[in-house]
Design a protein around this ligand. Structure first.
Ligand code: FEO
Length: 387
């Protein structure tokens, strides 16, 4: 695949990996992107996961056509991109490695490579000419690891953006960009919104016509759309006015209550509502939905004097990803000593700028008329807020 006449895509798809980073379901696989710039100097932009070394090497060899590699740019040292650094450093002994100081500090933790005379440490705004192309480096710490940098090809106005603007899904898969990009961003980089904002500020000072991320499709058109979504996500502001109802239900009674709420919200004209059973969903999608919508309702039975485990896990994940700036409603269930509401509130109160709908709806086993009235009241307040 050609990005420009002298810039080739040499990344690979991984369509049979069970869990990305050993935790994220990827129903349409993932791509590990790597690029080759064939100028007077030949530059390799990152390597790929060791699962796909052979396929990647074949592509690399074909594009190189017996040429040497002069530089390897390491944008990010996470093994899905760096697994082949040692192999390629041994295969091309004159190749120099370009990266941040932090990257060179961390590299020996992963590989035993003799780096003497081979390191080019770059800092904010540094440039290197490779012939027709001039590359400029911008630091992007914590997007997603501390050693990350992005590379701007000044000549062709291409941003090699590391994990930023990546998505789940193999290249060539037909699916909307935003859902799987959101799930990728929120779960993987979501905690570091401030650092993403810093990177976006830097990006706003350069003319970008193409974004080449380390996962997912190369972005060539309507870049403002993607940048605007990244701006919203990293500012922790809702992307859509709508409601996620995330629940657990042991025997179906809490489910009946949230279904009733769902109907009231629908009748009240709310169009964007997602109802998610946390015991049976992809938890990373539920977390991503929570960030997407302006309102969250959590509903959970009391279990072992606390929360049903899936709700506990969901709320802890929200906390880890810096969930904030949202309105939250609470429905609890408990047959003899309801505790779930208090437990959910305790976790949510630790997050920034969470506003609670009052009162907490308390169901004792099965939903009764008085509970319907409380849910009607909750629905009315949500409708006023969301519409
Ligand atoms: Fe795709 Fe943070 O590595």
């Amino acid at each position: 695949m050609e990005i420009k006449r002298d810039i080739k895509y040499i990344g690979v798809n991984d369509e049979d990996l069970d869990l990305f980073e050993s935790q994220y379901v990827i129903k349409n696989g993932v791509s590990y992107n790597s690029y080759l710039i064939m100028d007077e100097k030949v530059v390799l932009m990152d390597t790929v996961d060791k699962r796909k070394t052979n396929e990647w090497l074949e592509k690399l060899d074909k594009e190189l056509n017996n040429k040497n590699i002069d530089y390897l740019v390491v944008s990010h040292l996470e093994p899905d991109h760096s697994s082949n650094i040692k192999l390629i450093a041994e295969k091309y002994p004159n190749m120099k490695i370009i990266g941040t100081k932090k990257m060179f500090d961390m590299l020996p933790q992963f590989f035993d490579i003799d780096l003497v005379g081979r390191m080019i440490t770059v800092g904010e705004g540094d440039t290197i000419s490779i012939g027709k192309h001039k590359l400029q480096f911008f630091m992007a710490p914590m997007v997603h690891w501390p050693e990350v940098m992005v590379t701007y090809d000044i000549t062709d106005k291409i941003l090699f953006s590391a994990d930023a603007f990546g998505k789940f899904g193999a290249i060539g898969i037909k699916e909307e960009w935003e859902d799987e990009a959101r799930r990728y961003y929120i779960n993987i980089v979501g905690r570091y919104g401030g650092q993403v904002q810093q990177l976006l500020k830097k990006a706003s000072t350069i003319d970008i016509q193409t974004i080449c991320p380390l996962h997912g499709p190369i972005l060539t058109e309507n870049l403002g759309y993607y940048i605007d979504l990244y701006d919203k996500w990293s500012k922790y502001v809702p992307e859509k006015q709508g409601v996620l109802i995330a629940y657990n239900s042991i025997y179906g009674n809490t489910r009946k209550a949230v279904q009733y709420l769902y109907e009231q919200l629908q009748d009240g004209g709310i169009k964007e509502i997602v109802l998610t059973d946390l015991a049976r969903c992809d938890i990373s999608k539920a977390v991503s939905d929570a960030f997407c919508y302006s309102t969250l309702v959590v509903a959970c039975p009391t279990h072992d004097s606390g929360l049903f485990p899936y709700m506990d896990q969901f709320l802890r994940k929200l906390e880890h990803k810096n969930y904030q700036n949202r309105e939250v409603g609470i429905i609890e269930n408990g047959s003899w000593a309801p505790m779930a509401g208090k437990c959910m509130k305790t976790i949510l109160q630790e997050m920034k700028n969470i506003t609670f709908y009052e009162p907490v709806v308390t169901i004792k086993s099965a939903m009764k008329e008085e509970n319907k009235e409380q849910i009607n009241e909750l629905a009315k307040k949500i409708i006023e807020n969301v519409k």
